[in-house]
Design a protein around this ligand. Structure first.
Ligand code: BGC
Length: 904
């Protein structure tokens, strides 16, 4: 650390004064930058304060909103908040009276800090409103003709129109029954993939809104749209159910053009459009796609194309009531991978290794003969003998086929499918494969990367990598269980288990807010929550403990991570209905009925001769989650000020816990299931009387030792295991589990070469054989829930007020780690915790964003052992010392950068 001489310190101080002006940056509306399709009357506005000094707080703000911008100012004013005394800089409601449909608004902010200094106005930024009422829609639903529900080929739809005046702006509103790719004058509209995404279509179908001004040309213009079966009518689930949402593909397309003379025109889907089929001869999510380039209708989406022989479309009446604007980020293309190895397997298969288990597809660029068929099959792993292995895909084929036209260099990539793979088996190319011809592209919902975690242990870094890739691969518009076999469904249990970790790695605020609307939409009138959302399994399948609790756990986790009370307001009825369902299913508030998945995929020993499988009573688990959901409902009621619910559910919670103790605990505090999961859940959810908790934690630790320091938890116990150990003073045991590298453990798959999180602790066994192919995904994020402990405990970054308005930094050195670096982008700015241990000294480097407060816990024997920037702490006016607590010196700070050292 640099020790400042008196003169340097003074100089630095002066520099600081000169540069310390606060500016306002990163303006977001509804958590997005410059969003289009905003339909809320009072959308949320958020901004970050960029301030280099310490202890900077916002004391007031002023927002101005208008329909124009001139240079650095908003013009044509619509609303001005005036100087508003408030520390809020996140989720501030836009206070204007009326927002008009399909209109661009510009806004900017300035703030006053706690010294009363005003910032300059921020740069103006915009949001565009969407269509929110049925009468905004002029377009008609059209279906390709002749109407044929069984048709496999992806239909093309087309319309030519003319513009003879200068275009000021053009906005397209598009959605489909099925998936769509839209073009204007041959150029793709937007860069989203698999649009319109997946929702409970019949209740909520999202439309996308695009600024297409730059795609229009003077004179004739062509709109071309290709449709695919996708989730709408393609086969879904292990039973390959077809037509879940409808039999017929359809399009709704509305283009609103404003000319420079102020006049407007709407071009909309109607009976004047024509349709045909093209080169995509089949495409299904699980199966893959076949493209025959010989059938490509060249220029079909441009104005000059002659569409002789195209059919008339059918106008259909579906109404507009289920249409909603798009809330979350679209799926986009992200990382690309080139082959790291191409070889021939013992079976003689030509296989490419892309080095990473990813979700997306392969782009092929190749020249060949007309009619040449190139087949690409996708797999996650190789078998013991080194051959291509697809048994774990069950009935999913993951097979893309490209048929060449023979006309020079050809480029292929699928449109309406995606594959989970690391390896690709290629057929149809003579001789050695050229790595240049193949590129794997990762697809996932476009979530901002917010978290990073790395440390001195390379295996843990690989674990973090695997967690992040598990998230990328399974956040495809909905949180899926896995991306490769015949499932890829929004399994609720998996999503709740991983949701908190997910909120560290990436901004999943809108991703989950959108999906939770489907949770509520698909919830049964009884309050029962389906196993998968969107629910494609039918009304009976739901209500499993730990799965259905997604309805309380995810809203609460999102509230903690992003501080937006709207998510609680929007989901409150759903949360309450789920608790009501459990209450209704219980007798004397003991819930011991129904079918449950239990602690899914817990450790189980081969023939279990000695009974060492970690089976936890399912009703014991159900009682724990019944309490947990009730607690979260109470938390929400508290935030939303629902006083009568507070009383009702406080009483209920007590009864649930009493029923638990009576049914599942011996008078000495032993649980009827002696498993790690039983103790973890009972402790995490405070099910036991306080006086019996410490001894229950001891029993948990004994259990860990009984398994030679291994975990035995399944989906439900795993997320809380290390947290409970830390809470009861056994962080050392938690580290032992984290660093364990034999089965079952987090690092066992890492040692076996995993690049994602596996569904099972032993997906590949030590002898390289596989677990049963019926249930053996190599890209299942649930066990990645340990990521939350790595951020919150190892690095020690946690919120103490929702959304990180108040922060706790409490690192837990251990596990022989010598260095940990973690950062989190919050809506206030970057929170950083970086610690290292060397030569008997701990260094803790902390970053706290402006307009927040933090409590920093510095591992230390005494206050005297700690220095900040080389100075004894008492000399520093920016810190408030709050005494020693369990081996930490507690210090309260405002924003800024702090570097502590502590003699160990
Ligand atoms: C999924 C799981 C899911 C489970 C329900 C599986 O087929 O892949 O992850 O939660 O079913 O037990």
């Amino acid at each position: 650390m640099l020790k400042l001489s008196g003169l340097t310190a003074l100089l630095q101080c002066l520099l600081f004064v000169a540069h310390s002006q606060t500016t306002v940056v990163k303006l977001r509306c509804e958590n997005k930058y410059n969003p289009v399709g905003v339909t809320l009357q009072h959308p949320d506005l958020s901004w970050e304060l960029n301030a280099s000094g310490r202890g900077v707080q916002q004391s007031a703000y002023e927002i101005r909103l208008g329909t124009g911008r001139q240079g650095s100012s908003v013009s044509r004013s619509v609303w001005n908040s005036g100087k508003t005394l408030s520390g809020e800089s996140v989720h501030v409601p836009c206070g204007t009276e009326v927002l008009h449909a399909a209109t661009t608004y510009y806004w900017q902010v300035r703030v006053w800090d706690n010294q009363g200094h005003a910032s300059p106005w921020s740069e103006p930024t915009s949001f565009q409103t969407g269509l929110s009422v049925a009468s905004d829609w002029k377009a008609q639903w059209i279906e390709p003709g002749p109407r044929d529900s069984g048709q496999e080929q992806s239909p093309l739809l087309r319309k030519v129109f003319s513009t003879h005046k200068k275009v000021l702006s053009a906005t397209a509103f598009i959605t489909a029954h099925g998936l769509y790719e839209a073009f204007i004058n041959g150029k793709k509209v937007g860069d989203g993939c698999l649009t319109p995404g997946w929702t409970s279509y019949n209740k909520r179908l999202q439309y996308q809104q695009y600024d297409v001004t730059a795609l229009l040309q003077h004179g004739d213009n062509a709109i071309g749209v290709m449709l695919g079966n996708g989730w709408y009518r393609g086969p879904l689930t292990w039973d390959n159910h077809r037509d879940i949402y409808g039999k017929f593909l359809g399009l709704l397309f509305q283009l609103q053009v404003t000319y420079t003379d102020g006049s407007t025109e709407t071009i909309a889907s109607d009976g004047s459009w024509t349709s045909a089929t093209g080169s995509v001869i089949s495409s299904e999510i699980y199966t893959g796609e076949t493209i025959d380039d010989r059938l490509e209708r060249k220029g079909w989406n441009t104005a000059g194309y002659k569409d002789t022989g195209w059919s008339a479309v059918t106008v259909a009446q579906y109404g507009y009531d289920n249409l909603v604007s798009t809330f979350n980020e679209p799926i986009r293309k992200h990382e690309t991978f080139k082959p790291i190895k191409i070889w021939t397997t013992p079976k003689g298969e030509q296989v490419i290794d892309f080095g990473q288990n990813l979700v997306g597809w392969v782009q092929l660029k190749i020249a060949g003969k007309a009619g040449q068929v190139i087949s690409l099959e996708h797999a996650e792993v190789l078998d013991k003998a080194g051959n291509f292995y697809t048994e774990n895909l069950r009935s999913a084929k993951q097979h893309d086929v490209y048929i060449l036209s023979g006309e020079g260099q050809e480029s292929f990539e699928p449109h309406f499918t995606f594959q989970g793979f690391r390896y690709v088996k290629v057929e149809g190319i003579q001789g050695t494969l050229n790595p240049e011809d193949f590129t794997a592209v990762a697809l996932y919902s476009d979530m901002e990367k917010t978290g990073s975690f790395s440390c001195s242990n390379a295996l843990l870094n690989q674990l973090q990598h695997n967690i992040q890739w598990g998230q990328r691969g399974n956040f495809l518009d909905v949180p899926t269980d896995c991306p490769q076999r015949d499932e890829r469904l929004g399994w609720t249990g998996d999503a709740q288990v991983f949701s908190r970790t997910a909120s560290f790695n990436m901004n999943v605020d809108n991703f989950f807010a959108k999906w939770l609307k489907d949770v509520a939409a698909d919830q049964q009138p009884s309050g029962k929550v389906p196993h998968v959302i969107p629910n494609v399994l039918g009304p009976e399948d739901g209500g499993s403990t730990g799965w259905a609790d997604v309805s309380t756990i995810v809203p609460w986790n999102m509230y903690l991570a992003y501080g937006d009370r709207h998510i609680l307001e929007d989901q409150y009825a759903s949360m309450k209905a789920w608790v009501g369902y459990m209450q209704q299913q219980s007798k004397n508030n003991l819930w011991n009925t129904g079918t449950h998945f239990g602690d899914w995929l817990f450790y189980s020993a081969g023939d279990d001769a000695d009974g060492s499988s970690a089976v936890t009573d399912k009703y014991l688990i159900a009682q724990c989650f019944y309490a947990h959901s009730t607690q979260l409902l109470l938390n929400a009621a508290n935030v939303l000020n629902k006083t009568s619910d507070l009383q009702t559910y406080t009483a209920l919670l007590n009864e649930i816990k009493q029923a638990f103790v009576k049914e599942y605990m011996t008078p000495n505090g032993r649980l009827i299931s002696g498993t790690q999961t039983a103790y973890v859940l009972a402790l995490e959810f405070d099910m036991l009387p306080e006086s019996l908790r410490a001894q229950a934690a001891e029993r948990l630790v004994e259990n860990v030792h009984r398994y030679d320091d291994h975990l035995t938890t399944g989906f439900l116990g795993t997320p809380y295991l290390c947290h409970v150990l830390t809470r009861f003073g056994y962080t050392d045991v938690a580290y032992t589990l984290l660093l364990q590298d034999t089965y079952p453990s987090w690092l066992y798959p890492v040692k076996m070469g995993a690049t994602t999180i596996w569904e099972r602790w032993d997906g590949i066994k030590e002898d390289s054989s596989f677990e049963t192919p019926g249930m053996n995904s190599f890209n299942h994020y649930s066990y990645g829930a340990i990521g939350d402990w790595m951020y919150r405990v190892v690095a020690g970054i946690d919120e103490t007020a929702p959304g990180y308005k108040e922060i706790s930094i409490k690192p837990h050195p251990g596990g022989k780690l010598t260095q940990v670096d973690a950062d989190l982008q919050t809506y206030y700015g970057t929170v950083g915790s970086h610690w290292s241990v060397s030569g008997g000294q701990l260094t803790l480097d902390v970053t706290i964003p402006a307009n927040t407060m933090a409590t920093i816990y510095i591992p230390a024997h005494s206050a005297d052992a700690v220095q900040e920037n080389g100075q004894a702490l008492s000399e520093d006016k920016d810190l408030v010392l709050s005494g020693m607590e369990e081996g930490y010196l507690k210090v309260k700070v405002g924003s800024g950068h702090y570097k502590f050292t502590s003699a160990q």
